[in-house]
Design a protein around this ligand. Structure first.
Ligand SMILES: Cc1ncc(COP(=O)(O)O)c(C=O)c1O
Length: 571
């Protein structure tokens, strides 16, 4: 008689729903009652290729029949092949394999401390961040900034001073002679999917260079294609010294990795190890995952489908007057604006959709990277049903009329529209969709998207889209932009704020002059722009010089857009 049919002999370390899952296939999970669930948790983003994908099943099966674990003191082929794949496609030189994200992070901490002993007079402090999550071993819990964890299993492992995320000055203030490294997640997942700003991560790299510190990125969650590129650090134009991977690396099989540049690889024999580390079975799964992620067009297609999900979430946020949508690729969050995330998760599960709530007021979406457009539509439809059911009796707050209170603070976000086309179109439509009789928005958008180096600025107030500004380089007229403000937000300073942000961003890129197209201009509108320093010009509606020295941008050398990723917060 099998005994595994009741859960009572499992330690109760968390609250689990009653379902017992017996089968998984791609985006779907099945319970033992035969119910099907669209799974947007995917084992907390470990199943990057969905449940039980054939490539992993086949790799495991073949490897299990050949060699499972010769032991970490011997070489094996899958481990060598995986290390070679990872170093060839990253900026790192050497790899150590482990089984969990926490174990990889422990390795990173030990490596940094060893490097400090060798090169920095025993410096050992690793600056980490409030609300960070690095794992559940004692050292990684101490490195984490989860509220309450400082006392949970006191005393903590010392040496992890906490700075504020996206606040470079708070990091600078913690650098002492004891400091050896800075460690962060490029997107804080457990904190509610908070991406590091472009300037922040670049600033950390510069700080590390200035003070001879190691930059450690914990890409346990963001790595392996989760945020749209193979590794998230690539989107910031920097190279870290150390990186950790986990979750997606094994596609559901316990496998993690510590990667480092050669100059940091200072472990000596006996310093680091573990009986499961680098075993042939899990590394074979890792090879299958990496080959899939590196296959032609895989990541581009994943970005495209995930952009649909993001844009759909933006639509849902507008429809139900919720808060902002954050994140990149297949790691997204939706702010609900009230503490109902747990109820949403429960009702969604009853309706056949598995979701995660990292915070009481926000949902996290971690679909498989190979999701289809149909699955995205299905999931968004289920989410709409859940929200409609839960919110039908609740009065929805109206879009704020003026951006003054801090909750309603005006926030400007920059998107690289080549990576986020669907989302950009959806956001644009939210502003221009209100007055489209004379102004076909699709055409305008396509014209703008056809320009080189397109940047798209979105102003939100209290999470709702309040205005957009599209900037692009069109070859003969230089940089152009057009601005739209939601009718409910006109005359509240949104337009001027967007223009200020865009001008600063374009000026930083060496842009010499911007030109403005005004649709349906009248005296009030031109007066508004004149007050911001524009002058009426022939051929274009109005123009403004940003750099006085040279006013003629060469068509051959447009201002380059530095940000390869989208969604960076400009201010
Ligand atoms: C950024 C990050 N680091 C480390 C970990 C810990 O990984 P594991 O649970 O495999 O130990 C997690 C898990 O969620 C994570 O998100």
């Amino acid at each position: 008689m099998p005994m595994a049919s009741t859960p009572h002999s499992l330690m109760a370390v968390n609250q689990r729903p009653e379902q017992v899952f017996v089968r998984g296939a791609g985006a779907y999970l099945y319970d033992r009652e035969g119910r099907r669930y669209l799974d947007w948790v995917q084992g907390w983003s470990v199943n990057c290729l969905g449940h039980s994908p054939a490539v992993i099943a086949q790799a495991l099966c073949a490897q299990a029949h050949t060699l499972i674990n010769p032991g970490p003191a011997f070489y094996n082929e899958p481990a060598m092949e995986l290390a070679e794949l990872l170093t060839r496609h990253s900026c790192f030189d050497q790899v150590f394999f482990a089984s969990s994200g926490a174990e990889a992070n422990e390795g990173a901490i030990k490596l940094a401390r060893k490097w400090g002993q060798r090169h920095k007079n025993g410096a050992f402090e690793i600056i980490t961040f409030d609300n960070a999550f690095h794992g559940r071993t004692l050292a990684t819990m101490s490195a984490s900034g989860k509220p309450g964890w400082d006392t949970l299993f006191a005393p903590q492992v010392p040496g992890f001073p906490k700075a504020r995320f996206n606040d470079i000055e708070s990091v600078r203030a913690l650098i002492s002679t004891n400091a050896v490294a800075i460690m962060l997640e490029p997107t804080q997942g457990e904190a509610g999917v908070i991406p590091a700003d472009m300037a922040f991560l670049q600033g950390l790299r510069a700080l590390c260079d200035e003070h001879e510190l190691l930059l450690i990125v914990d890409e346990v969650q963001t790595g392996c294609g989760r945020t749209g590129t193979l590794f998230a650090y690539e989107q910031y134009g920097i190279e870290p010294d150390i990186m950790t991977l986990g979750k997606g690396l094994g596609g559901g099989v316990p496998l993690s990795a510590l990667l480092a540049k050669e100059a940091c690889c200072c472990f000596e024999a006996g310093d680091q190890g573990g009986t499961f580390c680098g075993n042939a079975l899990t590394c074979a799964a890792g090879v299958a995952v990496m080959r899939s992620l590196l296959a032609d067009g895989f990541l581009a297609e994943s970005r495209e489908v995930c952009a649909r999900l993001r844009s759909g979430l933006v639509d849902v946020a507008m429809e139900f007057q919720l808060g902002e949508v954050r994140g990149r690729g297949a790691l997204l969050a939706l702010e609900l604006g009230r503490d109902i995330a747990a109820e949403v998760v429960t009702l969604a599960r009853e309706m056949g959709l598995l979701l995660n709530a990292p915070r009481a007021h926000c949902l996290r979406f971690m679909p498989p990277l190979n999701s289809t457009a149909a699955e995205v539509q299905e999931g968004l439809g289920l989410l709409r049903q859940v929200l409609a059911t839960l919110l039908k009796n609740q009065a929805l707050p109206a879009v704020a009329a003026a951006p003054d209170a801090s909750r309603d603070a005006l926030r400007v976000t920059v998107y690289d529209d080549r990576l986020h086309r669907a989302e950009v179109i959806s956001l644009w439509r939210q502003v221009f969709g209100y007055e489209t009789a004379h102004n076909a928005p699709e055409l305008a958008i396509d014209r703008k998207l056809a320009m080189r180096d397109g940047l798209f600025f979105v102003a939100t107030v209290g999470g709702a889209v309040a205005g957009t500004l599209m900037a692009g380089y069109d070859g003969h007229r230089g940089w152009l932009y057009s601005v739209g403000v939601h009718p409910a937000q006109q005359k509240t300073g949104v337009g001027a704020a967007l223009i200020r942000h865009a001008e600063r961003a374009l000026k930083d890129r060496g842009c010499l002059k911007i030109n403005l197209q005004i649709i349906g201009s009248n005296e009030r509108v031109t007066g508004f722009y004149q007050a911001l320093g524009f002058v009426v010009e022939p051929r274009i509606s109005m123009g403004k010089i940003l750099h006085k020295a040279d006013m003629t941008p060469s068509p051959d050398s447009p201002c380059r857009v530095q940000e390869p990723g989208g969604g960076a917060v400009a201010g």
